[in-house]
Design a protein around this ligand. Structure first.
Ligand code: NAD
Length: 488
């Protein structure tokens, strides 16, 4: 049996102008580990979006209102207070995330939630450090720049790291003084809704943070709304393109964090055992539903057989289990639909002649109806195959071989995505040379998947543009104004 939860999950409502309100239509959010509904949430209509935008607009435009009058220091304190409240409710939030997403509680409790708290505290610190510059131009002029909030920002979140990716946007948006209309993914709204309650408890003024639930139609209403100044989107590349088109008419600022097919490159001179662990972690962490998953593994021919033997041995030992069991390291795929997509890619790999070396099947945990897939490894993959080119977004690793540096750089870069890459070698010069040649927003050397609130994250090529985390994110939540005063 999948462990019964102690958390009582209330029906979801919308957070608009500091009030929890109902909507006309609802849908179920499903526990992927059981296939059973968890609760109902609201499918927000265009009229609901309109009300949320009006509230955000008022909170932003009212110069004598609490948000605009608040000092940067007080804004920082509010974000910090929210982080404290999340920390006080960390077990409850981790459990909700696992129930909604199917990820192991080990990940929600020990990785996602601590990073949410860290990201909010990092941006709480930035609130008082956002400033323009005085610029020397003419003796007869006083010229300077102001860094001002963009205005009302629409934040659209995916389902794979629901609260974590929300915090990457929430932290800088609030620190810079914007107001927000945020939409979690339809599959995973629960932690965001709970954080909406905590935000009110923290004292974030009415209208500053509005939370709207729903699917693509709700998202579209946000994207085209003339009252929104900027969209920050994380999700698939195909939806990212739609968002860019949808935002064009109102000339919104847009930042896009999109898909990936990241190369993980292992040289014969690396610490092989560590690289095997890195490859396993790179693809199977988060059930492979990770934008920066190391889903293309390139192994130098000389060590390929030894490497794959160790890798496959480890993959076969990773058995999917109850996500609420603290010992589980492989959880449930987000939905029936995503499970079918992943199984479809596994079939495509077999058809194109790749060699199935581990996994390949749906599996059941304790005879239940959850959406579980065995950790899957393909050998003999070539770079042209579908499983080497397309983002699968599941626990499926394509392994390829190479003979020299030039060849692997060319193969690694020959893909539409450019989110991340990793290099495993003891040769420091080679590692740094490669990190310059790989077209990716992040390059890890002798590790995989590490993140920090202070380090920018984002993509090259079809993986999007703009950066989240670090100081770099602040640029995307502010406008620069030039002030020119004639002193002649
Ligand atoms: P998705 O693109 O299907 O949905 C993401 C969000 O967009 C959801 O909230 C959804 O309701 C909304 N949406 C869907 N269609 C929309 C539309 N036409 N207009 C406006 N909003 C719309 O993505 P997903 O399946 O939730 O997430 C998986 C994808 O996200 C993967 O491709 C993954 O690589 C990517 N991702 C990228 C990063 C990154 O930082 N680069 C991080 C996590 C996930």
């Amino acid at each position: 049996m999948i462990t019964a939860t102690k958390a009582k999950i209330a029906k979801g409502r919308l957070l608009i102008d500091g009030q929890w309100v109902d909507g006309a239509k609802t849908f179920d959010t499903v526990n992927p580990a059981t296939g059973e509904p968890l609760t109902q949430v609201i499918e927000a209509s265009a009229a609901d979006v309109d009300r949320a935008v009006a509230a955000a607009r008022r909170a932003f435009d009212d110069k004598s209102g609490p948000w605009r009058k608040m000092s940067a220091s007080e804004r920082g304190r509010l974000i910090w207070r929210l982080a404290d409240l999340i920390e006080q409710h960390i077990d409850e939030l981790a459990e909700l995330e696992t129930l909604d997403n199917g990820k192991p509680i080990f990940e929600s409790r020990n990785v996602d939630m601590p990073m949410v708290i860290d990201v909010l505290r990092y941006y709480a610190g930035w609130a008082t450090k956002i400033h323009g510059e005085t610029v020397n131009t003419f003796d007869s002029a006083f010229t300077y720049t102001l860094r001002e909030p963009v205005g009302v920002v629409g934040l659209i979140i995916p389902w794979n790291f629901p609260l974590l990716l929300a915090s990457w946007k929430l932290g800088p948006a609030l620190a810079c003084g914007n107001t927000i209309v945020m939409k979690p993914a339809e599959q995973t709204p629960l932690t965001t809704l709970r954080v909406g309650e905590l935000a009110l408890e923290a004292g974030i003024p009415a209208g500053v943070l509005n939370i709207i639930t729903g699917g693509p139609e709700t998202g579209k209403a946000i994207v085209k709304h003339p009252g929104i100044d900027k969209i920050s989107f994380t999700g698939s590349t195909s939806v990212g393109k739609e968002i860019m088109r949808g935002a064009a008419d109102t000339l919104k600022r847009v930042t896009l964090e999109l898909g990936g097919k990241s190369p993980n490159i292992v040289f014969a001179d690396s610490d092989i055992d560590n690289a095997v662990k890195g490859a396993i972690n790179g693809i199977f962490y988060g059930k492979g539903e990770v934008c920066n998953a190391g889903s293309r593994l390139f192994v130098e021919s000389k060590v390929r057989d030894e490497f794959l033997e160790k890798l496959v041995g480890r993959a076969k030992k990773m058995v999917p289990g109850d996500p609420l069991d603290p010992k589980t390291r492989m959880g449930a795929i987000i939905s029936q639909e995503q499970m079918q997509t992943v199984l479809g890619y596994i079939e495509a790999g077999k058809k194109e002649g790749a060699k199935l070396m581990a996994g390949g099947n749906r599996t059941s945990v304790d005879g239940g109806k959850g959406f579980f897939i065995e950790p899957t490894v393909f050998g003999d993959v070539t770079n042209e195959m579908k499983i080497a080119q397309e983002e699968i977004f599941g626990p499926v690793l394509a392994t390829l071989k190479f003979d020299d540096v030039e060849e692997v750089v060319e193969l690694a870069n020959r893909n539409q995505y450019g989110l991340a890459a990793a290099v495993w070698t003891r040769d420091v010069k080679k590692a740094h040379q490669l990190s310059r040649q790989l077209r990716a927003g992040t390059v890890w050397i002798n590790t995989y998947g590490l993140m920090d609130a202070a380090l920018p994250f984002g993509g090259y090529k079809s993986s999007g543009f703009g950066r989240e985390l670090g100081q770099a994110a602040l640029e995307h939540y502010t406008e620069v104004k030039t002030v020119w005063m004639n002193m002649g």
